[in-house]
Every structure is written in structure tokens, then in C-alpha cells.
Design a protein. Structure first.
Length: 363
């Protein structure tokens, strides 16, 4: 493979566009690729601004590639996306969990299938517009993942499950810039996407996720009971997938005080409701672990833990707990620890590893 050749995953947005420009400026032979992963939306919705997999995104990426004078290809990964992201997304909600489809897409689509496509054309690297850093640590003798310099835009949380092989073949040039600097570069070199808004929504959900799940698996949705912590019936719910931990709105329960979803009992088809104070959790279990900066966890570590994307990490002790599991013990209880979401462990700006939240320890 050619270590001077890099495939850039181009979404048609400003970040991946400037990523391609920066790498070309650094002397790399750059090839642009866009994943075509969702083709069942109405045509007018595929043209929507902001979608990272829309026809409009392909048009924008192609225009950028033409301006940068780099080869550009659209790669059909629809079947992989359906298998690894869509099915996972639906099944997690049916199982009472709250998935993160972007993490699944990073792991299975970008850094497996698209990386494989890069190898097919003899490129050594895959680059994306993520705000993160990948470096080789001579002391640890391994590749490490670090936070970006722009803490507000840092995306290392969504990349915690990359392995050593993937990190070796990955470039994140935007990790050393702020978002403001990236937009300024795009403007200075005349990219039409310089002011394009960031993509915010789940790219494959056209309406809301509840309608999407109902459409994909209507036979799996069954009404059941709302109960309190003691098991007393409070009313009827519309189906497990329609509720997430911490939810208050749309419960349809009149109790004289605010009630929140604090647990989802899939086996008994019950939604457990409680007061806001019941949402606070000090200990929980996480599984499906991936260690980045270390080989494995053999002893307790005092680290910082991040339990969702828009969450400032908090101090915690991470303890080995059986096979492929850890117990996370926060110094102070945290609100709405949500099964299915990722928990990522940090030491300063270094990603130590992470996993998937399995369950709280006090219910």
C-alpha cells in the first residue's frame, strides 16, 4: 500500500471538505469517497440540506472534489448500512435501550467497509472530518486516540471503539484546528460549503424515530403498564420503544407531581416511573468494552467518564467486573445513565477506552 495515498470520507459538509484540502496541501495523494447508504427516502428528502447521506450531500462533495482537483467516487454501502446500523438501531429500541447510530456507523461503515475500499485502491490511510487526534505513543508502544483542540467540537467519544489496526490507518487532520478556523479556511479557498450548517439529525430517520420503528417492526410493539418503583400500576404505556431514560413529556400520566422514566423492564413489558431524584445513579455496569490506550483493565483506575455526547465527563472509579465488563462508580451521582449509550473513559485528553452502558446497579 502507498503511505502517501489517502481516501477522504466526504459527506458534502465543510469539515470533510477542508479535511481533503488540508491533506492535499500536506502532499498526500487524495481520493474522495462518499458512502451511499440510504436510498429509500423520497427524492425531495434526499436533497435536504445537512443530511450526510443525501443526494444533496453527494452533489456538494462532488463539487468540492472538482474544485480541489481530486478523484471522487460514490460507494454503495446500503446493504452494510441496513445490516449494521438500521437493524441495530431498531433492535436496541425494542430492547429498551437507547442506541447511538453514529458510533455504529463509524465502527462498521467508515472504519471497516470504507477502509476496505481504501485498501482496494492501494491507499494506506482513511481520513475523516472528525474532530479528534490519533497519534503513536512511543512509551505505550501503541496508537492512541485523543481529544481535539476544540473541546466544544471534540468527537473522540464517538470513536472510542476503533482498534489498533484502524487507528494505524486513520488520519484526523481537523483535530488540531477549531471549527471557526476550519470555516475560515473553507471561505478563504472559496468552497461553496463554507457556511453549510452541520448535520444534526439521524440521517436515515425521515419523521421521528418512533414512527420509523413502528414502520420497521410493527408486530414487536405492544402496550403495557407504567409502574412505580414499588411495582404499583400507574397507567398504560404505548410500547417499550417509545420511551427513553429521563423522559418526562408524553407519558400521559397525571400524578400531581412530575414523573420521569427511570427504568425499562423489557422482560415484563413495564416502564418504571419515578421522581427526578430517582434518575440519579452512582454505580452502573458497562460491557462490550474496547480499550485504546491500554491492552486491558486489570486493576481499578480513577478516570473521567462521559456517558453521552453532550455531557461533561465526571470523575469515576472504573473496576474490572467479570468477563468483558466493568463497574463504573461516580464520585457523585449522575442523572439519567442510559443503557445502550456509550460510556467513554478519559485521562486528561487521552481516551483510555469505553463500552456500552448495560444497567444501573441500584434497581
Amino acid at each position: 500500500m502507498d503511505k502517501n495515498k489517502v481516501v477522504v470520507a466526504m459527506s458534502g459538509g465543510v469539515d470533510s471538505s477542508v479535511c481533503a484540502y488540508l491533506l492535499k496541501q500536506q502532499g498526500y495523494e487524495v481520493v474522495g469517497m462518499t458512502m451511499q447508504i440510504w436510498q429509500d427516502l423520497p427524492y425531495e428528502d434526499q436533497l435536504k440540506e445537512g443530511g450526510c447521506c443525501s443526494i444533496g450531500a453527494v452533489h456538494d462533495a462532488r463539487r468540492v472534489a472538482d474544485k480541489l482537483d481530486i478523484p471522487y467516487y460514490v460507494i454503495n454501502l446500503k446493504d452494510f448500512f441496513n445490516e449494521k446500523v438500521i437493524k441495530y438501531f431498531v433492535q436496541e429500541y425494542l430492547s429498551g435501550k437507547t442506541p447511538n447510530p453514529c458510533i455504529a456507523c463509524n465502527k462498521h461503515l467508515k472504519f471497516e467497509e470504507l477502509l476496505r475500499k481504501a485498501f482496494d485502491i492501494d491507499a494506506f490511510y482513511l481520513a475523516t472530518g472528525h474532530y479528534a487526534k490519533v497519534e503513536y505513543d512511543n512509551v505505550r508502544k501503541r496508537y492512541v486516540l485523543k481529544k481535539a483542540v476544540d473541546n466544544d467540537k471534540d468527537q473522540s467519544y464517538a470513536l472510542y471503539n476503533l482498534n489498533q489496526f484502524q487507528l494505524e490507518h486513520t488520519l484526523f487532520p481537523l483535530g488540531y484546528y477549531t471549527k471557526k478556523e476550519i470555516r475560515k479556511i473553507a471561505e478563504e479557498i472559496g468552497l461553496a460549503v463554507a457556511d453549510k450548517p452541520d448535520s444534526q439529525e439521524i440521517c436515515f430517520v425521515n419523521t421521528n424515530y418512533r414512527d420509523f420503528i413502528r414502520e420497521k417492526s410493527p408486530e414487536s410493539i405492544k402496550e403495557g403498564y407504567f409502574v412505580d418503583i414499588k411495582g404499583n400500576i400507574l397507567g398504560r404505556h404505548k410500547g417499550i420503544p417509545f420511551y427513553t431514560i429521563g423522559q418526562r413529556r408524553g407519558l400521559g400520566i397525571s400524578a400531581g407531581k412530575p414523573l420521569y422514566v427511570i427504568d425499562i423492564d423489557v422482560n415484563n413489558n413495564k416502564i418504571v416511573l419515578g421522581e427526578e431524584k430517582d434518575l440519579y445513579v452512582k454505580e452502573f455496569l458497562a460491557h462490550k468494552l474496547n480499550w485504546v490506550a491500554i491492552d486491558s483493565l486489570n486493576e481499578e483506575l480513577e478516570l473521567m467518564a462521559k456517558i453521552r455526547y453532550n455531557f461533561h465527563e465526571k470523575a469515576a472509579v472504573i473496576k474490572p467486573h467479570g468477563n468483558d465488563m466493568v463497574k463504573v462508580v461516580f464520585d457523585e451521582a449522575q442523572k439519567a445513565v442510559t443503557p445502550g449509550q456509550a460510556v467513554v473513559f478519559y485521562q486528561d485528553d487521552l481516551v483510555i477506552g469505553g463500552g456500552i452502558i448495560k444497567q444501573r446497579c441500584d434497581l
